[in-house]
Design a protein around this ligand. Structure first.
Ligand code: ADP
Ligand code: MG
Length: 279
């Protein structure tokens, strides 16, 4: 079976973050604009997160989470809620909206078709001045990507919509950071463009001042911005994921404001939208 056609359409992989899904109208608008790119003969893959929804589900279930160095320890009970929220709520809603717009969307997670094989994250934290291993539960990283199923879907005109969970080779499920999940997949499928949709215009010199937007930056110059604290919090895994995507085979990487869906349209044009990250 031939899976990858070198003459195929350009592939755009979107990471759609929970913070740009704040209301249903925005979500629909984002998907409408992504859909327009599909109509312009691009293949589309969507990887989504859903942090705010997971937080809400855990709160409603009164499950307290322990945070270790900013990472949520994921107990088996918490993982059930993570999967229920990402697959049952966020994913199926995105698929429904895309289908309603006339597309053929297919909801998946990393475990489907063994697209992503996860590995448990080994973490060490400082205890009494000494680095000590600590169990984060079902928090995982991408160990391996097998893009067969994604190619198969794209070849048949479907839009894969993928939740950022996956299982290891024993079938144990893990919650994976959505940005890292998307970056690995964008690299492995050799995406023509990896587009990270978030709630700000792109990478900024001052994260509170949109006028300081960096419209283009080389990978090599990013490390300094992490080291000097310019890039913080949720932007760190985004930048790291762009680096992974580019190093593993994606041709372009870009951070765009998903709360301004009109910008998505401009990706295909000559406009300089968001932050372009160059290898
Ligand atoms: P998402 O749901 O899209 O993953 P996150 O909140 O995890 O969103 O990450 C985006 C956030 O990163 C922005 O809202 C912003 O507050 C933060 N951030 C940190 N440093 C920067 C920076 N230098 N430029 C832009 N945003 C930054
Ligand atoms: Mg985030």
């Amino acid at each position: 079976m031939e899976l990858e056609d070198p003459e195929s359409k350009p592939v755009l992989l979107f990471k759609y973050g929970g913070n740009a899904m704040s209301d249903d109208r925005l979500k629909k608008d984002v998907l409408k604009n992504i859909g327009k790119l599909k109509a312009q003969d691009c293949d589309i893959v969507i990887v989504h997160g859903g942090g705010p929804f997971i937080k809400q589900a855990l709160n409603e279930a009164r499950i307290e989470s322990e945070f270790i160095d900013g990472q949520r320890k994921t107990t088996p009970e918490a993982f059930e809620y993570v999967e229920m929220t990402l697959k049952g709520k966020v994913n199926s809603h995105l698929v429904g909206l895309l289908n309603g717009l006339g597309h053929k969307a297919v909801g998946l997670s990393g475990q489907d078709g063994k697209t992503i094989i996860a590995s448990k994250r080994r973490h060490e934290t400082l205890v009494d001045g000494k680095m000590t291993p600590v169990d984060l539960g079902q928090v995982g990283d991408v160990a391996y990507v097998n893009p067969e199923l994604i190619y198969l879907l794209l070849k048949n005109d479907f839009i894969p919509v993928i939740s950022c969970t996956a299982a290891d080779e024993f079938g144990v499920g893990y919650n994976i950071n959505g940005d890292m999940f998307a970056g690995h997949l964008a690299g492995a499928i050799g995406a023509d463009e990896y587009v990270v949709l978030t709630d700000v215009d792109g990478l900024m010199k001052d994260k509170n001042d949109p006028a300081t937007l960096i419209s283009e930056i080389q990978l090599a110059d990013l490390k300094m911005l992490v080291d000097d604290g310019t890039i913080q919090g949720g932007m760190i895994p985004k930048i790291e994921s762009c680096e992974i995507a580019l190093n593993k085979g994606a041709k372009k990487a870009r951070i765009v404001n998903g709360t301004k869906p009109g910008q998505i349209q401009k990706i295909a044009g000559v406009f300089n939208i968001g932050t372009n990250i160059k290898k």
